[in-house]
Design a binder for this molecule. Structure first.
Ligand code: MG
Ligand code: MG
Length: 270
């Protein structure tokens, strides 16, 4: 895509308020999902619960049918990065499970993800979750009207690398609004091949760092959806829908951290 072909659809405050309404429902779905993630549950059962919650709130799952995706949630376990298809796989103690959900209310999309521990997890997995959520927080903190979008990728990459991790580069964040995926693309790394617009009031983006324990390289599974680390190392993913305002970033899908209770397992990187 050439720089001039970018079509960023800035939102009015009234439109951001509508997106906030979608996002708040999504945040409440995540609070419920956290209670459902435990050993013995299948990813299909989780997805069915998620879809029921979305429809009970008179919303539509964004992902179901999107390019043929068969479920309401993408559920990705351990070395699965994103786009895992819910099925008969059973969650086991010690795994980490990435849950990515989008929904539509009154035509406005919200998109968010978090990676959760299944029961007790080891220190390596706990550190990966903590650092990945911090990458998202640092990305959000870097947002300011007048700055270039690339500050987001720099914030994510620097924090991931300082902790010995790599950043997935083949998948990126995105603008969001009346469409699930809008311009601009939002890379989680220093990227010199995508447009780097100046952030303006009314820009609404889904920021979604995907952080790997080992190599940044990923492959797509035989199901044509699930993205997996090439070295089968662990991967984590956190995502918020965020509006850029002159008063600072407005995190539309904001909620308490789902992993704050994890034991402190790491030394601060800086
Ligand atoms: Mg998502
Ligand atoms: Mg997204």
């Amino acid at each position: 895509m050439s720089w001039s072909k970018q079509q960023i659809k800035l939102k009015s405050t009234e439109q951001v308020d509508k997106m906030q309404a979608s996002a708040e429902i999504l945040a409440s779905v995540f609070l419920e999902v956290r209670n459902l993630v435990r050993p013995g549950v299948t990813t299909k059962a989780l997805d069915e619960s998620i879809e029921a919650m979305i429809r009970d709130a008179n919303c539509i799952p964004s992902f179901k049918g999107y390019h043929g995706f068969p479920a309401a949630a993408c559920i990705s376990i351990d070395e699965e990065v994103v786009h895992g298809i819910p099925g008969d796989r059973v969650l086991v103690e010690g795994s980490i499970v990435g849950i990515d959900i989008g929904l539509i209310k009154d035509n406005w999309h919200a998109d968010s993800a978090e990676t959760l521990p299944v029961g007790e997890i080891g220190p390596a997995a706990a550190k990966l979750l903590t650092v990945t959520e911090e990458c998202l927080q640092r990305a959000i903190a870097s947002i300011e009207v007048g700055r270039r979008l690339s500050v987001i990728g720099i914030a994510v990459e620097d924090h991931a690398r300082a902790n010995g991790y790599s950043v997935v580069e083949t998948l990126v964040g995105h603008g969001i609004g009346l469409n699930l995926h809008e311009d601009p693309q939002v890379p989680n790394f220093r990227c010199f091949t995508m447009p780097d617009p100046v952030m303006e009031e009314g820009l609404v983006i889904a920021i979604e760092p995907m952080i790997n324990e080992g190599t940044k390289r990923v492959v797509t599974a035989r199901d044509q959806w699930t993205v997996i680390t090439a070295d089968k190392g662990l991967s984590a993913h956190f995502e918020h829908t965020v509006a850029v305002t002159s008063a600072g970033p407005r995190v539309l899908t904001r909620r308490e951290s789902g992993i704050a209770a994890l034991p402190e397992t790491r030394q601060p990187a800086d």
